[in-house]
Write a protein that binds this ligand. Structure first.
Ligand code: FAD
Ligand code: NAD
Length: 487
C-alpha cells in the first residue's frame, strides 16, 4: 500500500524579489522555525518546499503517530482505574481512531501552514531546491534564489531500507505508510526495535493487527536505559504482540502485488504477513541537493558546528539544521537548533559578535549533546533526558546511579491500580549535578520536563532537595530518588 500522498498543495505565494537575506531549503518544523527566527530578527526569508509545508513531523511522523497512540495509552490507563475498567473493556473504535489521525495530519493538506507562513511574512516557493554554487539555490521551476547572508539546509531525513534481497520489490511499509495507512493489516511484521518500531507495533497491535516484532539486538529501545526496553517488551507481549530478538532478516518475498509477504530469517524460518514495516533508522535527504557545487559530499549527513554552521565553506554562509545534521533526530531539537541558528545568522548578518565560547549562550546548541529529551509514546511511556548510566560511564564521568520503583509512589498508585514503572537518575559525583534521568511508566511523558530542567540547568542535587513535589503526584518519585541518593 502506498503512503498517503500530499493533496492539493496551496498555490505558492508570488515571489517578488529573488534575492533574500536568508534562503531556507526544506519547510519541515526546523525550516519553518529558522525562517521565522531570522524574519523576527529583521531579515527577509524565503522557504523552498518540495512536498508539504510542515514536513515529515506534521504528516507522516509525530502528529499522526501520536494521534494513533493517544487512544491506546488512554485506554490502557483507564483500564487500570477501579470503577472505570469495565467501561473501557471493549476494542478501540478503529474508524474513529483513524479519522482522529487523519485530522491531526490535516488530511495531508498544508493550506493552514502555508497561510501561517504568509501571515508571518515569509515567502514560499514550491519545488525541489538544489544548491547552485555559493549562496545560490536553483528551484526545479527554473528560478534561482540568492542569499545575501545564509542558506539554511533543513531537508530532514528519510527511512532507510536495508540491503535485504527482495525487500524493495516487496514494497514494504516505511514510517510514512505506518502512520498514514487507511486499513488495519491482519498480520504485520515490524523489523527494528527502535522508536518507530515500538510505537507502531503498539498502535497497530491495539487496533487489532497480529504483530510480530523482529529485532536484531537483544532488546527494544537500545538507546535508552535497558529497563525501558524490558518494561515495554513485557507490556507488548501482554498485549499479544510477538517479539523475537537476536534475529536477522535474510530475504523477503511478495509473490503478487497486494498479496502476502514472506519474511525469511537467517536461521531459515519464515513468517508470512500482510504487511511488513521496515523501521531501521533514517538517512539524510542530501543526495539531490547540489552539495557537490560547494565542495561537499552528496548523500552524507551535514557536519555542523555548535552554531549549526557547516565548517569549511568559504564565507561561512551555509547552515545545516534539524534531522539533516544527525545531532538529534527529534522535532523539538530541530526547532531548538532553528532558534540557535536563527540567532547566529542574524548576529553574523549584523556583525555582532557570536557567543561561541558561551556554552549555554544564544548561539550554541549545547542541549544537543547534554540534555536531549525524548518521550516514546508506547504503553507504558518511556521518557529520558541526557546520558544513560552506560553513556555516562563511557564518557568518563564518575557517577552514582539511583533507581526507584515508580509504582511505590502514592501518586502512581492513584494514577493506576497496579502501576508498573521505574525511574533512574545518573549523578555526576564530581559536580553533584544530574547527567541524565529516565522514567518508564504510564503518564511519565509529562514528568520529563522537570528532569530536562535539572539536567540543562545543571542544578546541584543539594538545591533539588528544595524542589518539593506536590503530593500525591507521580513526581514524588523525585523525592524518593533524592532520599536514596542522600542515604
Ligand atoms: C514515525 C515517526 C514518528 C516520530 N515521532 C516523533 C515525536 O513524537 N517527537 C519528535 O520530537 N520527533 C518525532 N519524530 C522525528 C521527527 O519527525 C523529525 O525529527 C522531524 O520531522 C525533523 O524535522 P526537519 O524539519 O529537520 O525535517 P523534516 O520534517 O523531514 O522536513 C524536511 C522538509 O524538507 C523538504 N525537502 C527535502 N528536500 C528538499 C529539497 N531539495 N527542496 C525542497 N524541500 C525539500 C521535505 O519535503 C520536508 O518537508 C518521528 C519520526 C518518525 C519517522
Ligand atoms: N517519540 C519520538 O520521539 C519518536 C518517534 C519515532 C521516531 N523518532 C525519531 O525518528 C528516528 C528514526 O526512528 P527509527 O526507529 O527508524 O530509528 P532508530 O535508530 O531509533 O531504530 C532503528 C533500529 O533498527 C535497528 N536496525 C538497523 N538496521 C537493521 C536491520 N538491517 N535489521 C534489523 N534491525 C535493524 C537498529 O539496531 C535500531 O535499533 C529516531 O532517531 C527517533 O529519534 C522519535
Amino acid at each position: 500500500m502506498a503512503a498517503t500522498e500530499p493533496r492539493h498543495p496551496a498555490q505558492p505565494t508570488p515571489v517578488a524579489d529573488e534575492t533574500y537575506d536568508v534562503v531556507v531549503l526544506g519547510g519541515g518544523p526546523t525550516g519553518e522555525n529558522v525562517a521565522d527566527r531570522v524574519h523576527a530578527a529583521g531579515l527577509s526569508a524565503v522557504l523552498v518546499e518540495s512536498e508539504l509545508v510542515g514536513g515529515e513531523c506534521s504528516y507522516w511522523a509525530c502528529m499522526p503517530s501520536k494521534a494513533l497512540l493517544r487512544p491506546v495509552t488512554a485506554r490502557a490507563d483507564a483500564r487500570q482505574v477501579p470503577g472505570l475498567r469495565d467501561a473501557v473493556a471493549g476494542p478501540l473504535d478503529t474508524p474513529a481512531v483513524l479519522a482522529h489521525r487523519d485530522a491531526f495530519a490535516s488530511h495531508w493538506n498544508d493550506d493552514g501552514q502555508a497561510r501561517w507562513l504568509d501571515g508571518a511574512g515569509i515567502d514560499l516557493v514550491r519545488g525541489h531546491g538544489r544548491l547552485a554554487g555559493p549562496r545560490r539555490v536553483a528551484v526545479d521551476d527554473g528560478r534561482v534564489l540568492t542569499a545575501r547572508h545564509a542558506v539554511a539546509v533543513c531537508t530532514g531525513s528519510r527511512p532507510v531500507l536495508p540491503d535485504i534481497p527482495g525487500l524493495a520489490a516487496a514494497k514494504p511499509w516505511t514510517s510514512r505508510d505506518a502512520t498514514s495507512a487507511k486499513e488495519v493489516p491482519g498480520r504485520l511484521v515490524v523489523v527494528g526495535g527502535g522508536v518507530v518500531g515500538v510505537e507502531m507495533a503498539t498502535a497497530w497491535r491495539a487496533l487489532g493487527a497480529s504483530v510480530t516484532l523482529l529485532v536484531r539486538g537483544d532488546g527494544l529501545l537500545p538507546r535508552m536505559e535497558p529497563f525501558a526496553g524490558h518494561l515495554v517488551a513485557e507490556s507488548l507481549a501482554e498485549a499479544g504482540a510477538f517479539l523475537r530478538t537476536g534475529v536477522e532478516v535474510r530475504e523477503v518475498r511478495r509473490e503478487a502485488p497486494g498479496g502476502p509477504v514472506t519474511v525469511v530469517l537467517a536461521a531459515g524460518d519464515e513468517i508470512v504477513a500482510d504487511e511488513l514495516l521496515i523501521a531501521t533508522g533514517r538517512a539524510p535527504r542530501t543526495d539531490d541537493l547540489g552539495l557537490e557545487t560547494v565542495g561537499l559530499t552528496p548523500g552524507a549527513w551535514l557536519d555542523v558546528d555548535d552554531s549549526l554552521r557547516v565548517p569549511g565553506v568559504t564565507g561561512g554562509w551555509l547552515y545545516g539544521v534539524g534531522d539533516v545534521n544527525h545531532r538529534a533526530l527529534l522535532t523539538h531539537q530541530g526547532k531548538y537548533q532553528a532558534r540557535i541558528a536563527g540567532a547566529a545568522i542574524a548576529a553574523r548578518a549584523r556583525r555582532v559578535p557570536i557567543l561561541e565560547s558561551d556554552r549555554w549562550g544564544a548561539h550554541t546548541a549545547t542541549a544537543d549533546t547534554a540534555a536531549v529529551p525524548q518521550v516514546v509514546f508506547s504503553d507504558p511511556e518511556a521518557a529520558s533526558v541526557g546520558l544513560t548510566a552506560a553513556q555516562a560511564e563511557r564518557a568518563g564521568y564518575r557517577t552514582r546511579v539511583v533507581d526507584q520503583d515508580l509504582g511505590a509512589v502514592a501518586g502512581a498508585s492513584l494514577y493506576a491500580d497496579g502501576y508498573r514503572g521505574r525511574a533512574r537518575m545518573v549523578v555526576d559525583l564530581d559536580r553533584e549535578v544530574l547527567l541524565g534521568a529516565t522514567f518508564v511508566g504510564p503518564g511519565v511523558g509529562e514528568l520529563l520536563h522537570s528532569a530536562t530542567i535539572a539536567v540543562a540547568g545543571e542544578i546541584p542535587v543539594e538545591r533539588l532537595w528544595h524542589a518539593v513535589p506536590a503530593y500525591p503526584t507521580i513526581s514524588e518519585v523525585w523525592l524518593r530518588l533524592l532520599e536514596a541518593y542522600r542515604d
